[in-house]
Ligand binder design. Structure first.
Ligand SMILES: Nc1ncnc2c1ncn2[C@@H]1O[C@H](COP(=O)(O)OP(=O)(O)OP(=O)(O)O)[C@@H](O)[C@H]1O
Length: 266
């Protein structure tokens, strides 16, 4: 794996090549992570090195228990990191305290499996709550409705979660994650609860955000139907970043029987 894929050599004034780091949304170097303390201390991530450039969709895959969700939550500033370097949106987060981590999180959109919607609030109000966490509250209702409409929920904006299907709830959660236009989006199985068409609509929207607006998207998924949207596919095995490939490399290095052929159909 190329650990320095976003470091480009440029000629200096005296003609020698100098490595200059391009800005990336996420830069991870020599990251180790442990759960527990003392005798119960258990290492779950080993020596992770990874760059996520702006505008890329990166899919993270790998067996259950390999550390995908843990890595996602570390990048999302949801846990304290002590070993190595983890820079998120130009901020080194190793060593930061809780309140500083909260500030980093404000610029990240999260879509997790449990959508955590507020049952007492309508779809629109759930999305508006995310807008209220920012300094710019103007036209929050209009912005929430517009985002929900983009996700095909224009006729559900005033419904509460109990009146929505699983897929619709997931789309409300996605609207909430996207409404503040975060430069970095972290998603854990975002299409798991969706039918084929809704899942495709969601990843098409993500692709648009990445390609037209330069957002960086890191997505954990086992849904082979959406692999084609990825610029890169990284594979975790036993807490290590095993491979970092484009789609063609990934397909050729995996047993075709284990891949769903529908993934090739757009
Ligand atoms: N809060 C925790 N405390 C202790 N160990 C944990 C905790 N969360 C996860 N682990 C352990 O860390 C390892 C990595 O778990 P993680 O959830 O990151 O894997 P994963 O690849 O996301 O798995 P899955 O695909 O099943 O969601 C596993 O051995 C898991 O048991």
């Amino acid at each position: 794996m190329n650990k320095n894929s976003s470091v480009a050599p440029i000629p200096s004034a005296n003609g020698t090549a100098t490595a200059v780091a391009e800005p990336v949304a996420v830069r991870i170097r020599d990251l180790n992570f442990f759960f527990g303390q003392g005798d119960l201390r258990k290492q779950v991530l080993y020596d992770i090195n990874l760059d996520l450039p702006y505008g890329q969709i990166v899919i993270m895959t790998g067996p259950s228990g390999s550390g995908k969700t843990t890595l996602l939550t570390l990048i999302g500033a949801l846990r304290t990191v002590r070993e190595g370097s983890l820079s998120v949106l130009d901020q080194e987060i190793v060593g930061l305290g809780r309140s500083q981590l909260v500030d980093v999180r404000r610029n990240i959109g999260f879509i997790f499996q449990a959508h955590n919607l507020f049952d007492s609030l309508t779809a629109s109000k759930n999305v508006e709550m995310a807008i209220e966490l920012t300094e710019d509250w103007q036209e929050k209702r209009e912005r929430a409705v517009e985002m929900l409409t983009q996700l095909g929920l224009s006729d559900r904006v005033d419904y509460k979660p109990k009146s929505l299907s699983g897929g619709q709830k997931q789309r409300v959660a996605i609207a909430r994650a996207l409404v503040n236009q975060p430069p970095l989006l972290l998603a854990d199985e975002p299409t798991a609860a969706l039918d084929k068409k809704s899942g495709r609509d969601v990843v098409t929207l993500m692709q648009k955000l990445a390609k037209e607006e330069g957002r960086t998207i890191l997505m954990v998924t086992h849904d082979n139907r959406i692999l084609d949207v990825a610029d890169r596919i990284i594979t975790m095995v036993d807490g290590r970043l095993e491979t970092d490939e484009n789609l063609a490399q990934f397909v050729s290095s995996h047993d075709p029987k284990s891949l769903d052929r529908r993934m090739f159909v757009m």
